[in-house]
Design a binder for this molecule. Structure first.
Ligand SMILES: [Ca+2]
Length: 666
């Protein structure tokens, strides 16, 4: 009771405190300030936890939800690194300075400066390392993903390289081993602590501990149609979703389970068993951590938040050793678009898309000393990862600075969720802005405008149609135009994104498709589900390293005159004139060059040279180069940089002059 009273007084004092900046007062109140535990999982679907409809056993998280509250409309940014930036800074990713965080302070810096001991374990995925951004302690990998049993070379312990043991290692477990070790240390400091655990699970590669896999093997033979229906029924039964909600139907790019070959069904059911095992393990480790807080008498006044960075991942890259169990570092399986559809139920689309399937996350808050809501409450008000940092600043009574050494700070966009913790309404003046790469969205009250990969805006009323089935764009053109305009203004003025990021939308190419969604035409036992030509004939030129990820060409230039080349353009493209279009993101401004030839024997850069300007940008710029010839093109070379640096090229297309796509790379 004493804690509760102090808590109320503290919460009421938060705004006054921010004005006065009285850190000394906060420090004097340390015994009343809560500890803070933020857990983020990687690529977990909206329905993947028991308390969000799943059949996967997640008793520890279900218990936190039963004793706390959970959100039905909590949004992330639909992608890994951008969600991490937003979670840590309270800003939209591009505004914060993207992975460099140069326009932001992190929650670790704010809370450390406010007197907290700050700890992190798990995936970082941003520049530098956590100990450079306010974390007193860090264990984990700086990379976006790694082998669960073998890790990778990016592991760090408190700023120093850390060698992954050769056996008895699994990242999900190691993250909690180190979290518990850091907490012991924190308790000796007598400061309140802030722990951020960033699980890499259940991100690919799909790899599970043998005992966890054994528990789920054989449970998914009935397939995704049946599993999804059962999850949706449970979501309605527990009151997470309205009874009247119409689930999105199975899209045309996913076959009915019963129509699959036996080999495909076998592989797919094992893939889902692996995902379930990985999620179950996250829950077991959360349980181990919560038990430690309980034993230490800290559970009552620790604010726990659990979220996912994006929806389930549909990108089906390379899988190997399909005949083995996925229970060692030798086996590496990729995600399944079919299961991603089921796991994001009842919504449409996936990781990276700003539709509800991409951006909706389970979000559980547990804090007996701080929540005024009834245990197990479901909050239907929309919230976003951008709100987390202001919330942590408020409950820790730590001021968010206006200036910070070596950063040019931009304002925080999120709002504190404390009113929700107190059973009240949020006061949010601006709509929630949504953008990753070309995928766009804006959530304003009951309305949402959304664009699939830069294609025509769609408009939905979320109060009636959260599954985005009834596009009202044609019925409400004025409303949609106003929302698109507001999205554009926010992208330009609040995010400071480059012009290409908010260029006009393109006509929709329906049905929507993505080259990395599972190709169900290919036998999974054959070579693994992958396109036969992974690069589409593109090669990296000298001084150039090229990685293809999410259909983007990620280029690193190590010397003079780098670029990419396409040596064989097939005769099926026909005669010109042509237009080459792509989106470009680079930090280096300069002169781009495109070379082409109409003679098969010619070696570029002989041939014709066309220049185009390259801006330095944090987002995308649109590049368009016309090739005014009336015969056939044989080779193409594109240089976007004159020397060292990095660039990403997306959506590279050779078109005819009417804009029709002749070739899309990769
Ligand atoms: Ca992710």
């Amino acid at each position: 009771m004493k804690i509760n009273l102090r808590r109320n007084i503290l919460l009421l004092c938060v705004s006054a405190f921010h004005l006065l900046g009285l850190v000394a007062v906060a420090q004097a109140e340390d015994e009343g300030r809560p500890n803070i535990l933020v857990m983020m999982v990687d690529d977990l679907g909206f329905s993947d936890l028991g308390c969000y409809g799943s059949e996967i056993e997640t008793p520890a998280l279900d218990q936190l939800a039963a004793g706390g509250l959970r959100f039905s409309q909590f949004y992330n940014t639909a992608k890994c690194h951008s969600s991490r930036v937003t979670l840590l800074t309270g800003q939209y990713c591009i505004a914060a300075g993207d992975t460099h965080l140069k326009h932001a302070v992190t929650s670790a810096e704010v809370l450390r400066d406010g007197g907290y001991f700050t700890l992190m374990t798990g995936k970082w995925h941003l520049k530098e390392q956590p100990t450079d951004f306010g974390f007193d302690r860090y264990f984990g990998h700086l990379s976006g993903a790694c082998n669960y049993f073998r890790g990778d070379g990016s592991f760090r312990l408190n700023g120093e390289p850390w060698k992954v043991p050769e056996s008895d290692f699994y990242t999900t477990v190691a993250n909690i081993d180190y979290a518990l070790r850091f907490l012991k240390e924190a308790r000796r400091t007598e400061k309140p602590w802030y722990l951020y655990v960033a699980f890499n699970a259940p991100h690919a590669p799909l790899q599970a501990l043998p005992e966890d896999y054994a528990k789920y093997k054989g449970r998914y033979g009935r397939g995704w149609d049946v599993a999804r229906d059962a999850r949706i029924a449970k979501q309605k039964e527990i009151g997470l979703l309205p009874e009247k909600l119409r689930p999105s139907p199975r899209p045309e790019h996913i076959p009915a389970w019963d129509s699959l070959t036996e080999a495909r069904r076998d592989f797919e059911s094992k893939r889902m068993a692996t995902l379930a095992a990985m999620i179950d393990r996250v829950d077991q480790e959360v349980g181990r951590l919560v038990e430690d807080l309980r034993k230490s008498g800290e559970l009552e006044n620790t604010m726990i938040l659990f979220v996912s960075d994006n929806g389930a991942c549909p990108y089906d890259r390379r899988s190997n050793s399909l005949d083995s169990d996925p229970t060692s570092g030798d086996v590496s399986w990729s995600d399944s678009t079919g299961w991603a559809w089921a796991r994001n139920c009842p919504f449409r689309y996936y990781k990276q898309n700003q539709f509800e399937g991409g951006i909706s996350t389970p979000a559980i808050v547990h804090w007996p000393a701080g929540l005024k809501t009834s245990p197990g409450a479901i909050v239907h008000e929309p919230a976003h990862l951008v709100d987390v940092m202001p919330t942590l600043a408020a409950i820790s009574v730590s001021p968010i600075p206006n200036d910070y050494a070596n950063r040019e700070l931009r304002p925080v966009s999120g709002v504190s969720l404390v009113p929700i913790f107190q059973g009240k309404k949020l006061e949010r003046s601006d709509p929630i802005h949504l953008l990753f790469s070309r995928d766009r969205g804006l959530r304003d009250g009951d309305w949402k405008a959304v664009s699939f990969r830069g294609e025509a805006w769609e408009l939905y009323n979320m109060a009636d149609d959260r599954t985005e089935l009834n596009d009202l764009a044609a019925e409400e053109p004025a409303r949609l135009a106003k929302m698109a305009q507001q999205w554009t203004e926010m992208t330009r003025d609040l995010l400071h994104a480059s012009q290409g990021s908010y260029s006009p939308v393109k006509p929709a190419e329906l049905p929507h498709r993505h080259p990395e969604w599972t190709n169900f035409e290919v036998d999974p036992q054959d070579r693994g589900p992958r396109k036969s030509t992974s690069t589409g004939g593109i090669r990296a030129r000298k001084n150039t390293k090229m990685k293809i990820k999410d259909s983007e060409l990620r280029l690193t230039f190590t010397g003079e005159d780098p670029g990419i080349a396409i040596d064989q353009i097939g005769k099926e493209v026909g005669a010109g004139p042509y237009r080459v279009t792509f989106r470009l993101s680079t930090k280096t401004a300069g002169q781009g060059e495109l070379f082409y030839t109409t003679r098969p024997e010619m070696i570029l850069p002989e041939g014709v040279r066309v220049e185009f300007p390259v801006e330095a940008s944090e987002g995308w710029q649109e590049i368009q180069v016309d090739i005014p010839i009336d015969c056939r093109i044989y080779k193409l070379r594109i240089d976007v940089s004159e020397g060292e640096g990095e660039a990403t090229i997306a959506d590279l297309k050779l078109r005819d002059r009417q804009g029709k796509v002749l070739i899309a790379w990769p």
